[in-house]
Design a protein around this ligand. Structure first.
Ligand SMILES: [Zn+2]
Length: 407
């Protein structure tokens, strides 16, 4: 079997696995709702949720299939090599060509994103995006994505040419630094998509600042993000390194929740900070980067691979596509299993922090409100939770919070 056939077989297996997960998700709508979350939706809303869930799942399956067909066709017909043939022969331009084609092939997803936002989300009353915002987002997303891929491709090329066999460790280290850099630059990136305004003075601001300062944090700013420009769904997070933090609240969250509930959500976020969960994640992602580095090294030292996809020489852009959508895609579920297990444990600990701050009840009502606002699933399949969920289910979290509240 040559490399191309092998790649297509792996892509098909990955496609089938993804389809199977989507089918399990589709069918889980019929699962009985646990008692401690039955009050999240009333009967009519729950029926509405089931219709919403079914529509989203069906669209997801169609999109998954379309993406697979496009990706497989590009591989089958050596499209990357043919397209790269239109560009200058330098290694950089050859890499750029392949990454550009891969970005452009994302067009296959466009009708589905459009239908998702403008038809489904609109129908259930969540969409606030205008057509203009939607298309601008797509263009900005495409450009940011392409820039990122070209940076990664250039780094791979430079490291491989300068360090040869040291590629594995060097690539992992550089990629981890890049990931850190992106986290650091995230506030700047998000300004491309949203506007931020400082939270007005008052009870909420004092409470949040007090909560964080009690644990030695310095609150640089509390910003409200105009998430309502796109969707009615809500969230909150904090950014910044070390003890200096910027809090970001979605305006939708500020509108929907009581100050007490917002503080509870924040005590949870602070729990992640106190347990150094992001740092632990960095270690895990370094392990993942080592595997990616190893795959890159193996791929780049086997020129026969490139020949079987129509290239006359090593192409760093194509190496990335092969590594991400074929080689790593095959083992990604194993990483998911491990990282999601670690993440779910961290979520329980962060919830426990909120309980310790005295926000147990507010956290329960806040989480229920978030679930309602975000139209969340109440009874996902336990198998999917193990494989794919970075958070325990709402019901599991409430059970743990209730337990933690008891002296
Ligand atoms: Zn969390």
């Amino acid at each position: 079997m040559n490399f191309k056939t092998l790649a297509l077989v792996i892509m098909f297996v990955v496609f089938l696995y993804g389809m199977l997960l989507r089918l399990i998700r589709y069918r889980s709508a019929g699962n009985p709702v646990p008692l401690n979350v039955v009050d999240v939706y009333d009967r009519d809303t729950y029926l509405k949720w089931r219709a919403y869930h079914a529509e989203k799942c069906r669209l997801g399956m169609l999109e998954h299939t379309a993406n697979f067909l496009v990706d497989a066709a590009l591989i089958l017909f050596n499209a990357h090599a043919l397209f790269a043939g239109l560009f200058a022969e330098t290694p950089f331009m050859q890499m750029f060509a392949v990454l550009l084609l891969s970005g452009l092939s994302g067009v296959a997803s466009l009708p589905f994103s459009y239908y998702n936002t403008m038809v489904i989300e609109e129908k259930y009353g969540f969409n606030r995006s205008t057509k203009k915002t939607f298309w601008l987002d797509q263009v900005k997303g495409f450009l940011v994505g392409l820039l990122l891929m070209v940076i990664i491709g250039s780094l791979l090329m430079l490291i491989h040419q300068a360090l040869g066999d040291w590629l594995v460790v060097a690539f992992a280290a550089v990629m981890t630094l890049l990931a850190l850099g992106i986290t650091f630059l995230y506030p700047f990136f998000s300004k491309i998509f949203n506007k931020f305004t400082p939270l007005e003075e008052g009870e909420l601001k004092d409470k949040l600042t007090g909560l964080l300062e009690k644990h030695g944090y310095t609150v640089r700013a509390i910003q409200v993000m105009d998430a309502s420009r796109r969707s009615t769904k809500s969230n909150a997070y904090f950014t910044g390194f070390g003890k200096m933090k910027t809090i970001v609240l979605y305006d939708t969250l500020v509108q929907a929740m009581t100050p007490e509930e917002i503080c509870a959500v924040f005590a949870h976020e602070m729990g992640h900070g106190l347990h150094k969960d992001t740092l632990k994640n960095q270690f895990l992602s370094f392990g993942q980067m080592l595997v990616l580095g190893l795959l890159s090294w193996l791929t780049l030292r086997t020129p026969g691979i490139f020949a079987s996809f129509g290239f006359s020489q090593v192409n760093y852009g194509f190496a990335i596509i092969l590594i991400m959508s074929v080689e790593f895609a095959l083992i990604a579920p194993l990483f998911g299993l491990l990282s999601n297990w670690i993440s779910r444990r961290a979520e329980y600990r962060a919830d426990a922090q909120a309980v310790e701050e005295g926000y147990g009840d507010a956290l329960i009502s806040g989480l229920k409100k978030l679930a309602r606002e975000n139209f969340s699933e109440l009874a996902p399949s336990p198998l999917l939770v193990k494989l794919e969920y970075s958070h325990p289910t709402l019901s599991q979290r409430i059970t743990a919070i209730e337990k933690g509240k008891k002296p």
